[in-house]
Design a protein around this ligand. Structure first.
Ligand SMILES: [Zn+2]
Length: 156
């Protein structure tokens, strides 16, 4: 039975919410056990928060992404772009969230066609940058050993 932690905007408490299954946790609406409110923000688990950018890059599921992107359905693209933009726009310098908004507004941006390729490219480029930084090259914008040491992330 998965338990997720949320911040409730109604009663301003950090609460644990139980779900019957992972699927119901993903699809269902979380309800605050304290006040019954539904304005809940998922709190990232300690494990997820401590993952390095490199680990998150390694975890990108390109197969799943390709499935969403090759469906040729603007709705699937918007859903993908919104999620991916939230996770990556800031770090990769991409504009997926903006594209998602344009698609939702009825546009069909040309970028949608090669979004899969573009995303892979940015992911690989970022991995390369991090590897270089880890080798003592360019600016260290991520700490590849953060998972082993409890220290504040270095600022570039
Ligand atoms: Zn509440």
């Amino acid at each position: 039975m998965p338990i997720y932690q949320y911040n409730c905007s109604d009663c301003a408490k950090k609460v644990d919410v139980f779900f019957r299954s992972v699927a119901s946790a993903q699809n269902g609406t979380a309800k605050c056990p304290e006040c019954g409110g539904t304005k809940l923000d998922r709190v990232m688990s300690t494990f997820a928060r401590r993952k390095t950018t490199m680990q998150r890059l390694e975890d990108v599921d390109h197969v799943r992404d390709a499935a969403a992107l090759q469906s040729n359905d603007p709705g699937s693209f918007a859903e993908w772009a919104k999620r991916t933009g939230k996770d990556w726009d800031e770090e990769l310098g991409t504009n997926w969230e903006e594209l998602a908004e344009r698609v939702e507004a009825g546009e069909d941006p040309a970028e949608r066609i090669d979004a899969d390729y573009t995303f892979r490219y940015h992911v690989e480029e970022k991995k390369f940058q991090l590897e270089q930084a880890a080798l003592g090259g360019g600016p260290a914008n991520d700490d590849p050993f953060a998972e082993y040491f409890d220290r504040p992330a270095t600022t570039p």
